[in-house]
Design a protein. Structure first.
Length: 272
């Protein structure tokens, strides 16, 4: 069906959905192009991590949650700020929701344009790296390149810990880099696709682990541009109470996220 804005209300938010805090990396880019936009950030922390779930579990959970969220909060646009959820559930979500949907896909196309050695590394969740969607992106945009994939669930936990101000073992980043480097032609990797929205939050640590000469790319800039395009000409009205972070589980550990959420302009926390 054709997606139309769910509400002409200037206060209708952009809803950014992720399994955890990874989508904040997308929110940061959205803030740069649409600083006036009201945002509702949804963290499905009750379902985290997605990468270890089956495709059927993820598709059912994401579709069901977004259906209930859009019915209750009437967003003008939904962004699935999660590579795993997007590569598995984007098509089904677009079939059932009557609002514009922006997904997140691994940035293989820009990586193919960036690489000089023709060897690209891709870090994602275990669920993302095995998707046919990724196979199709590789065939379309990187058929003449070598794409090396590694599932790095430890990095999701590391990003969640980092934003809560908790210590992270540097060996997590060393292991991710070493796994890609150990693959055939892995020593020639000069470009790494961060195919999980959690991972750009760790770019500095990953850059140190990979060493000089490696560039990183993710899809957040393209997502922000797409959201700006789909909402151009619309009116915006921010709530006097500030933007909201919505969690699917009441977890005391979320208290540690208050400074990180404030950094991204989020003033309130609720449980859905």
């Amino acid at each position: 069906m054709t997606a139309e804005p769910a509400s002409a209300d200037p206060a209708a938010p952009i809803l950014l959905f992720d399994s955890g805090v990874g989508g904040l990396s997308v929110l940061g880019k959205v803030r740069k192009v649409l600083p006036q936009a009201p945002v509702m950030y949804v963290s499905d922390n009750a379902g985290l991590p997605y990468g270890s779930k089956t495709e059927a579990q993820i598709a059912a959970r994401v579709s069901g949650l977004l259906g209930r969220l859009t019915e209750r909060y009437r967003p003008r646009l939904v962004c699935i700020a999660c590579n795993t959820a997007s590569t598995i559930a984007l098509a089904s979500v677009r079939e059932v929701l009557e609002v514009p949907i922006v997904g997140t896909v691994p940035a293989i196309k820009p990586a193919a344009a960036m690489t000089r050695t023709s060897v690209i590394g891709l870090l994602g969740t275990e669920a993302t790296i095995r998707q046919g969607y990724v196979d199709r992106l590789e065939a379309e945009f990187a058929a003449d390149k070598r794409l090396l994939r590694h599932g790095a669930p430890e990095l999701v936990a590391a990003a969640e810990a980092k934003l809560r101000g908790l210590p992270v073992d540097p060996a997590v980043f060393t292991r991710a880099a070493a796994a890609l480097r150990a693959m055939p032609d892995g020593g020639r990797i000069d470009t790494v696709v961060l195919a999980c929205t959690h991972f750009p939050l760790l770019e500095a640590e990953l850059a140190e682990a990979f060493g000089p000469g490696v560039r990183f790319i993710d899809g957040s800039d393209g997502i922000a541009r797409r959201i700006a395009f789909l909402t151009q000409g619309q009116d915006w009205a921010n709530s006097a109470e500030g933007d909201i972070a919505l969690f699917t589980k009441d977890d005391p550990a979320n208290e540690c996220l208050i400074p990180a959420l404030a950094h991204y302009g989020i003033a309130r926390r609720l449980v859905f």
